[in-house]
Design a protein around this ligand. Sequence first.
Ligand code: HEC
Length: 167
Amino acid sequence: MTHLRSLFGGAVLLGLASMPGLGQNPGAGKVVPKLEPVAETRLLMEGLAHANFRGLERNLSKNPIDDQSWIFARGQALLIAETANLLMLRPPKNQGETAWFERSMEMRTQAQHLAGHLAKKDLEKSRASMQQLANSCNRCHQAFRVPIEITPFEKAEPPPVRKVSAE
Ligand code: HEC
């Protein structure tokens, strides 16, 4: 029985050793994932940054703003903050890297501030914070010559949406 158990134990150890990333670091048992960008930046802009920004505008334009909408709006702000984390995975591969990181961090900070005001259901501060957030979007667009200007609560036409091809 003892013999069997030790055989079994040995098999488990062997199995672990052959798993990539696990066997090399005995004791620690840590897996360090390699973060890599997957989607195009444009897709993050349209599907995450802008989609949630527009959702925020809709929720904050309601009168009155019900509890559910405040909760939703806070979530939208936090998703924009998380989008900034995703942006940090894909800096341009030239000297623009520092500016990219700074602008992404600014977007994350502004979105977090906004989430805080939304959690407190402070409409005035939230609207001011939306402007600050839009400024952080625009500063990056200007730095990287992207002809898109984000203006909160503007009734004008939305910016042109380019088709993202599946090929
Ligand atoms: C760190 C830089 C950076 C920040 C911050 C940033 N953007 Fe962008 N944005 C870009 C770049 C680069 C593009 C061009 C992407 C492309 O076409 O490949 C872009 C494009 C866009 C587009 C056009 C997408 C399309 O379909 O062509 C929209 C809309 C947009 N951004 C919205 C936002 C919003 C809203 C925010 C803030 C909440 C924001 N962006 C913050 C870098 C940034």
